[in-house]
Design a protein around this ligand. Structure first.
Ligand SMILES: CC(C)(COP(=O)(O)OP(=O)(O)OC[C@H]1O[C@@H](n2cnc3c(N)ncnc32)[C@H](O)[C@@H]1OP(=O)(O)O)[C@@H](O)C(=O)NCCC(=O)NCCS
Length: 192
Protein backbone atom coordinates (compact mmCIF):
# COMPACT_ATOMS: atom_id res chain seq x y z
CA UNK A 1 0.00 0.00 0.00
CA UNK A 2 1.19 3.51 -0.75
CA UNK A 3 -0.36 6.90 -0.26
CA UNK A 4 -0.11 10.08 -2.25
CA UNK A 5 2.03 11.82 0.35
CA UNK A 6 4.55 8.95 0.39
CA UNK A 7 4.13 8.11 4.07
CA UNK A 8 3.98 4.39 3.29
CA UNK A 9 6.92 2.90 1.40
CA UNK A 10 5.77 1.23 -1.84
CA UNK A 11 7.29 -2.13 -0.80
CA UNK A 12 5.14 -2.18 2.33
CA UNK A 13 1.54 -3.11 2.78
CA UNK A 14 -1.03 -2.02 5.25
CA UNK A 15 -4.20 -2.59 7.20
CA UNK A 16 -6.12 0.45 8.30
CA UNK A 17 -3.71 3.40 8.37
CA UNK A 18 -5.35 6.58 9.62
CA UNK A 19 -4.22 10.17 10.20
CA UNK A 20 -4.96 11.91 13.48
CA UNK A 21 -5.09 15.73 13.54
CA UNK A 22 -2.95 15.89 10.40
CA UNK A 23 -0.29 13.43 11.64
CA UNK A 24 0.05 10.35 9.44
CA UNK A 25 1.92 7.13 10.19
CA UNK A 26 5.26 6.81 8.40
CA UNK A 27 5.92 3.25 7.32
CA UNK A 28 9.38 2.12 6.13
CA UNK A 29 10.46 -0.39 3.51
CA UNK A 30 9.24 -4.04 3.50
CA UNK A 31 6.94 -3.58 6.48
CA UNK A 32 4.08 -6.08 6.68
CA UNK A 33 0.96 -4.72 8.32
CA UNK A 34 -1.79 -7.32 8.44
CA UNK A 35 -5.13 -6.38 6.87
CA UNK A 36 -6.87 -6.31 10.26
CA UNK A 37 -4.21 -4.20 12.01
CA UNK A 38 -4.76 -0.50 12.69
CA UNK A 39 -2.10 2.21 12.82
CA UNK A 40 -3.12 5.76 13.76
CA UNK A 41 -1.45 9.16 13.89
CA UNK A 42 2.10 10.03 14.91
CA UNK A 43 3.64 6.60 14.42
CA UNK A 44 6.90 5.64 12.72
CA UNK A 45 7.61 2.02 11.80
CA UNK A 46 11.12 1.14 10.59
CA UNK A 47 12.16 -1.12 7.70
CA UNK A 48 11.35 -4.81 7.91
CA UNK A 49 9.15 -4.62 10.99
CA UNK A 50 5.94 -6.64 11.00
CA UNK A 51 2.59 -5.93 12.57
CA UNK A 52 0.28 -8.95 12.81
CA UNK A 53 -3.47 -9.45 12.83
CA UNK A 54 -5.59 -7.26 15.13
CA UNK A 55 -2.67 -5.19 16.39
CA UNK A 56 -3.56 -1.59 17.32
CA UNK A 57 -0.88 1.11 17.31
CA UNK A 58 -2.56 4.37 18.37
CA UNK A 59 -0.34 7.45 18.17
CA UNK A 60 -2.88 10.15 18.93
CA UNK A 61 -1.94 12.05 22.11
CA UNK A 62 1.83 11.53 21.76
CA UNK A 63 4.27 9.73 19.43
CA UNK A 64 5.15 6.08 18.91
CA UNK A 65 8.39 4.99 17.25
CA UNK A 66 9.14 1.41 16.25
CA UNK A 67 12.57 0.41 14.93
CA UNK A 68 13.58 -2.14 12.32
CA UNK A 69 12.79 -5.89 12.05
CA UNK A 70 10.64 -5.85 15.16
CA UNK A 71 7.60 -8.14 15.34
CA UNK A 72 4.36 -7.13 17.04
CA UNK A 73 2.31 -10.29 17.24
CA UNK A 74 -1.45 -10.67 16.95
CA UNK A 75 -3.69 -8.65 19.24
CA UNK A 76 -0.97 -6.44 20.70
CA UNK A 77 -1.93 -2.89 21.69
CA UNK A 78 0.56 -0.01 21.64
CA UNK A 79 -0.51 3.29 23.14
CA UNK A 80 0.89 6.17 25.21
CA UNK A 81 -0.09 8.78 27.79
CA UNK A 82 -1.00 12.28 26.72
CA UNK A 83 1.98 14.68 26.89
CA UNK A 84 3.85 12.60 29.49
CA UNK A 85 4.72 9.21 28.02
CA UNK A 86 5.46 8.45 24.36
CA UNK A 87 6.33 4.90 23.35
CA UNK A 88 9.70 3.90 21.92
CA UNK A 89 10.17 0.35 20.65
CA UNK A 90 13.62 -0.46 19.27
CA UNK A 91 14.82 -2.97 16.66
CA UNK A 92 14.86 -6.80 16.47
CA UNK A 93 12.33 -7.07 19.29
CA UNK A 94 9.75 -9.81 19.74
CA UNK A 95 6.43 -8.75 21.25
CA UNK A 96 4.24 -11.80 21.90
CA UNK A 97 0.53 -12.10 21.18
CA UNK A 98 -1.83 -9.87 23.10
CA UNK A 99 0.78 -7.73 24.85
CA UNK A 100 0.03 -4.16 25.96
CA UNK A 101 2.87 -1.70 25.46
CA UNK A 102 1.93 1.62 27.05
CA UNK A 103 4.04 4.77 27.21
CA UNK A 104 7.29 2.93 27.76
CA UNK A 105 10.70 2.19 26.21
CA UNK A 106 11.78 -1.17 24.83
CA UNK A 107 15.43 -1.36 23.83
CA UNK A 108 16.78 -3.42 20.90
CA UNK A 109 16.66 -7.24 21.07
CA UNK A 110 14.46 -7.65 24.11
CA UNK A 111 11.43 -9.95 24.28
CA UNK A 112 7.99 -9.21 25.70
CA UNK A 113 6.07 -12.42 26.48
CA UNK A 114 2.55 -13.27 25.42
CA UNK A 115 -0.05 -11.19 27.26
CA UNK A 116 2.49 -9.10 29.15
CA UNK A 117 1.82 -5.45 30.07
CA UNK A 118 4.53 -2.78 30.18
CA UNK A 119 3.37 0.50 31.71
CA UNK A 120 4.26 4.21 31.49
CA UNK A 121 7.88 5.17 31.94
CA UNK A 122 9.04 1.56 32.27
CA UNK A 123 12.16 0.46 30.40
CA UNK A 124 13.06 -2.99 29.16
CA UNK A 125 16.73 -3.10 28.27
CA UNK A 126 18.58 -5.01 25.56
CA UNK A 127 18.50 -8.78 25.95
CA UNK A 128 15.94 -8.69 28.76
CA UNK A 129 12.83 -10.89 28.77
CA UNK A 130 9.45 -10.02 30.27
CA UNK A 131 7.66 -13.33 30.92
CA UNK A 132 4.24 -14.21 29.58
CA UNK A 133 1.48 -12.48 31.53
CA UNK A 134 3.84 -10.26 33.52
CA UNK A 135 3.00 -6.68 34.47
CA UNK A 136 5.95 -4.26 34.52
CA UNK A 137 4.85 -1.36 36.78
CA UNK A 138 5.23 2.31 35.80
CA UNK A 139 8.81 3.59 35.87
CA UNK A 140 10.43 0.19 36.53
CA UNK A 141 13.62 -0.76 34.69
CA UNK A 142 14.13 -4.34 33.59
CA UNK A 143 17.93 -4.43 33.31
CA UNK A 144 19.79 -5.93 30.34
CA UNK A 145 20.02 -9.71 30.50
CA UNK A 146 17.40 -10.26 33.22
CA UNK A 147 14.15 -12.23 33.00
CA UNK A 148 11.26 -10.71 34.95
CA UNK A 149 7.95 -12.44 35.59
CA UNK A 150 4.77 -12.09 37.63
CA UNK A 151 2.45 -9.25 38.67
CA UNK A 152 4.01 -6.94 39.61
CA UNK A 153 6.96 -8.26 37.63
CA UNK A 154 10.14 -9.02 39.53
CA UNK A 155 13.45 -10.56 38.54
CA UNK A 156 13.04 -14.34 38.24
CA UNK A 157 16.55 -15.12 36.94
CA UNK A 158 19.17 -14.14 34.38
CA UNK A 159 18.41 -14.68 30.71
CA UNK A 160 20.09 -17.79 29.35
CA UNK A 161 22.43 -17.62 26.31
CA UNK A 162 20.08 -19.87 24.32
CA UNK A 163 17.23 -17.45 25.00
CA UNK A 164 19.28 -14.56 23.60
CA UNK A 165 19.87 -16.65 20.50
CA UNK A 166 16.14 -17.40 20.37
CA UNK A 167 15.31 -13.66 20.37
CA UNK A 168 17.48 -13.17 17.27
CA UNK A 169 16.17 -16.32 15.58
CA UNK A 170 12.58 -15.39 16.26
CA UNK A 171 12.96 -11.87 14.83
CA UNK A 172 14.45 -13.43 11.67
CA UNK A 173 11.69 -16.05 11.55
CA UNK A 174 8.98 -13.41 11.76
CA UNK A 175 10.69 -11.34 9.10
CA UNK A 176 10.63 -14.35 6.78
CA UNK A 177 6.99 -15.03 7.56
CA UNK A 178 6.14 -11.38 6.90
CA UNK A 179 7.97 -11.64 3.57
CA UNK A 180 5.69 -14.52 2.56
CA UNK A 181 2.59 -12.53 3.48
CA UNK A 182 3.88 -9.49 1.59
CA UNK A 183 4.39 -11.65 -1.51
CA UNK A 184 0.88 -13.12 -1.24
CA UNK A 185 -0.63 -9.67 -0.77
CA UNK A 186 1.16 -8.25 -3.81
CA UNK A 187 0.05 -11.22 -5.92
CA UNK A 188 -3.56 -10.65 -4.84
CA UNK A 189 -3.37 -6.92 -5.55
CA UNK A 190 -1.88 -7.50 -9.00
CA UNK A 191 -4.56 -10.14 -9.71
CA UNK A 192 -2.13 -13.05 -10.12
C1 LIG B 1 9.47 -16.41 31.59
C2 LIG B 1 9.90 -17.69 30.86
C3 LIG B 1 10.93 -17.31 29.80
C4 LIG B 1 10.51 -18.61 31.87
O1 LIG B 1 10.63 -19.88 31.33
P1 LIG B 1 11.25 -21.10 32.14
O2 LIG B 1 12.68 -21.17 31.81
O3 LIG B 1 10.42 -22.29 31.85
O4 LIG B 1 11.07 -20.66 33.63
P2 LIG B 1 11.93 -21.15 34.86
O5 LIG B 1 11.73 -22.59 35.01
O6 LIG B 1 13.32 -20.67 34.77
O7 LIG B 1 11.15 -20.38 35.99
C5 LIG B 1 11.75 -19.51 36.87
C6 LIG B 1 10.68 -19.12 37.86
O8 LIG B 1 9.78 -18.18 37.23
C7 LIG B 1 8.46 -18.72 37.25
N1 LIG B 1 7.87 -18.37 35.98
C8 LIG B 1 8.24 -18.77 34.75
N2 LIG B 1 7.50 -18.18 33.82
C9 LIG B 1 6.64 -17.39 34.47
C10 LIG B 1 5.64 -16.50 34.04
N3 LIG B 1 5.38 -16.31 32.74
N4 LIG B 1 4.97 -15.82 35.00
C11 LIG B 1 5.21 -16.01 36.31
N5 LIG B 1 6.18 -16.82 36.77
C12 LIG B 1 6.86 -17.50 35.85
C13 LIG B 1 8.60 -20.20 37.42
O9 LIG B 1 7.45 -20.74 38.01
C14 LIG B 1 9.81 -20.27 38.33
O10 LIG B 1 9.42 -19.95 39.64
P3 LIG B 1 9.99 -20.79 40.90
O11 LIG B 1 11.48 -20.64 40.83
O12 LIG B 1 9.37 -20.13 42.08
O13 LIG B 1 9.54 -22.18 40.67
C15 LIG B 1 8.65 -18.32 30.21
O14 LIG B 1 7.80 -18.87 31.16
C16 LIG B 1 7.89 -17.29 29.42
O15 LIG B 1 7.00 -16.62 29.92
N6 LIG B 1 8.29 -17.17 28.15
C17 LIG B 1 7.70 -16.23 27.23
C18 LIG B 1 7.13 -16.98 26.04
C19 LIG B 1 6.49 -16.01 25.15
O16 LIG B 1 5.58 -15.32 25.53
N7 LIG B 1 6.98 -15.91 23.93
C20 LIG B 1 6.52 -14.88 23.02
C21 LIG B 1 7.11 -15.07 21.70
S1 LIG B 1 6.14 -16.09 20.65
Amino acid sequence: MNDAAGHVHPTSTGGLILPYKGARPTIGRDVFIAPTATVIGNVTIGDGSNVWFNVLIRGDDHWIKIGERTNLQDGTVVHLSKDSAPTFIGSDITIGHGAIIHGCTLYDRCMIGIGAIVLDGAMVETGAIVGAGAVVPPGKRVPAGEMWAGCPAKKARDVRPEELRYIDRNAAHYRGLAGEYLKMRRALVSGM
